[in-house]
Design a protein around this ligand. Structure first.
Ligand code: F6P
Length: 543
């Protein structure tokens, strides 16, 4: 919280006066309308949250008195809102139209953005049309994208989500983990002569990506690709052209981006090249257009009707006022399986901070843990706990109305389950109701009394439902952008830097030291546990 006169304690007090949701629905016929926002082809039904008129008004006034609008406008204006790294945060420019103007350091970035998009378009056209071949003249049949974190999760998720739009004849895979099983599995059965690697790394120094890139290179050479022809099998996406060149990538086959694109916000840049290869450049441009529609809404809608703002405020109610320690993401669409993984990075790498913009410890919780998997599978794994456990978690359900297939019976079952879960979580079931049901089913009073507590559901457990008419590039773009902007709003209210990620550095440095110790058998300085683990690995390797 920045300059609000309402304190967290005041907000907690207001939240404690909110009636149970069941009652709110019964007493307010306008509840659904008040808590539903439509934008960019998406519908957010936030009515099943523990929020009433008074709390909503207080949360909106918190947003107004915090730096939400200022930070949003500063982002769109290209100001350096990533304060610790002194960088602009301009992923919105990546999906802006050709004639828009977005400035970083006083320079309009749009000509460069669209030059890269045009380069991608030409390249995708060559690969799809067969003009781009491997060294022996064979068409490219397989693409392996090598990257990690933001250079992997976004495009990996989007490719999976847009499976229905994939271009036939080209298989796109992803390799991120330094665990060589990943690269081994990806290349298994492939012909190096028809395989193309995309090396995607903003810095072109990330250890995992570099190691996988070198292994891919070795595999290509061992598989008969002559060294002077490697450039037909390797392209790069990076801000570091020199390092990509030193690796052996032809400058003509490099796709650049800029330091004002954060890794976890980079799928809209050339980091999205595998999406364009998988689905075609037209579909990629539709993805950008969907995100752009959400950007326009976020930039222009009043805070009370602003979907990312509402989603963010509900998240703050759950985390800061009601004490939720995690958020469950439950997409009811198999192709959105990787949505939780992508949002883990977008939300947790962005807002997993405990010092404010001035470097002082924050006095409140920041981002909760994000987790989840698709419904209905999730229902048979951990929903028991979400309904009746002592731990609870707010849930974001994602429902898609048009399945894009003709198995209507499956789809009705899928949607019915999605809607039933949020209803059950909200309504719950009292012990009296449970007992009455048991008696109606023929149980005697003693049995109804014995089973009643086990069949009681506390209810009043919050959820959002985000509805897409269909899962297509535009709706996917809008959905991802919705969460990106939610992050900005929450970061502004928590007064933290949402766009740096210093927390990943310490482990990287320590791993480097341990690699040396494993390789050269030099003793390191560690705690007893780490020293024993290193020693055990070294002895096993030696044996
Ligand atoms: O894990 C930290 C991180 O810096 C992420 O923020 C980033 O997306 C990822 O590593 C990959 O970095 P790069 O694109 O430079 O290889």
């Amino acid at each position: 919280m920045t300059s609000s006169s309402t304190t967290w304690t005041d907000l907690v007090a207001i939240s404690e006066r909110v009636a149970p949701m069941r009652q709110l629905f019964e007493t307010d016929p306008d509840r659904l309308a008040k808590h539903t926002i439509e934008a960019a082809g998406l519908v957010l039904d936030a009515s099943k949250n523990r929020i009433d008129d008074a709390l909503l008004a207080a949360m909106l006034s918190l947003a107004k008195s915090s730096a939400v609008e200022a930070r949003r406008d500063a982002m769109f204006a290209g100001q350096k809102i990533n304060l610790s790294e002194r960088r602009a945060v301009l992923h919105v420019a990546l999906r802006a139209s050709r004639d828009a103007i977005y400035e970083a350091d006083g320079k309009n970035v749009m000509p460069e953005v669209h030059a890269v998009l045009d380069h991608m378009e030409a390249f995708v056209g060559q690969v799809h049309g067969g003009a781009w071949t491997g060294h022996s003249g064979q068409r490219i049949t397989d693409v392996i994208h090598i990257g990690i974190g933001g250079s992997d999760l976004g495009p990996r998720f989007a490719c999976a989500a847009l499976k229905a739009f994939h271009h036939t004849g080209l298989k796109v895979q992803f390799v991120a983990n330094v665990d060589a099983h990943a690269i081994d599995d990806a290349v298994a059965g492939l012909d190096p002569a028809s395989t193309l690697f995309i090396i995607a790394s903003k810095t072109f120094t990330t250890a995992e990506t570099m190691m996988n890139a070198h292994s891919a290179r070795d595999w290509s050479l061992a598989g008969g690709v002559p060294e002077p022809e490697l450039h037909r099998h390797f392209v790069a996406v990076s801000t570091n052209a020199d390092a990509a060149k030193a690796f052996g990538i032809d400058v003509a086959n490099m796709f650049g981006f800029w330091d004002w694109v954060g890794g976890r916000y980079s799928l809209w840049s050339a980091i999205g090249l595998p999406i364009a290869l998988a689905c075609g450049m037209d579909r990629f441009r539709e993805l950008l257009a969907g995100a752009r529609a959400m950007d326009t809404h976020f930039a222009t809608a009043p805070l009370e009707d602003n979907m990312p703002v509402r989603l963010a405020l509900i998240g703050i109610v759950n985390a800061n006022l009601l004490g939720a320690r995690s958020v469950c993401i439950a997409p009811y669409h198999q192709h959105l399986e990787l949505l939780p993984a992508h949002l883990q990075q977008v939300e947790m790498e962005s807002n997993g901070k405990s010092v404010d913009l001035e470097g002082l410890p924050v006095s409140h919780r920041t981002v909760p843990v994000i987790w989840g998997q698709p419904g209905t599978n999730a229902q048979h794994a951990y929903f028991q706990c979400l309904h009746q456990g002592t731990e609870w978690a707010p849930i974001d359900f994602v429902a898609v109305i048009d399945p894009g297939h003709r198995h209507f019976e499956h789809h009705r079952a899928l949607l019915a389950n999605c809607f039933a879960q949020s209803e059950a979580l909200m309504r719950g079931k009292t012990t009296a109701e449970a007992k009455a049901e048991l008696v109606a089913a023929g149980k005697d009073d003693a049995e109804a009394k014995r089973l009643g507590p086990h069949k009681t559901f506390p209810g009043n457990r919050p959820s959002n439902t985000i509805v897409l008419s269909r899962l297509d590039p535009a709706s996917l773009g809008a959905l991802i952008a919705l969460y990106e902007h939610k992050v900005l709003v929450q970061g502004a209210i928590w007064n933290i830097d949402s766009f740096d990620q210093w927390g990943v550095e310490l482990g990287k440095v320590l791993a480097k030291t341990i690699v040396d110790e494993l390789e050269h058998a030099v003793p390191g300085t560690h705690d007893a546990s780490t020293a024993a683990l290193v020693d055990r690995a070294r002895r096993l390797e030696a044996a």
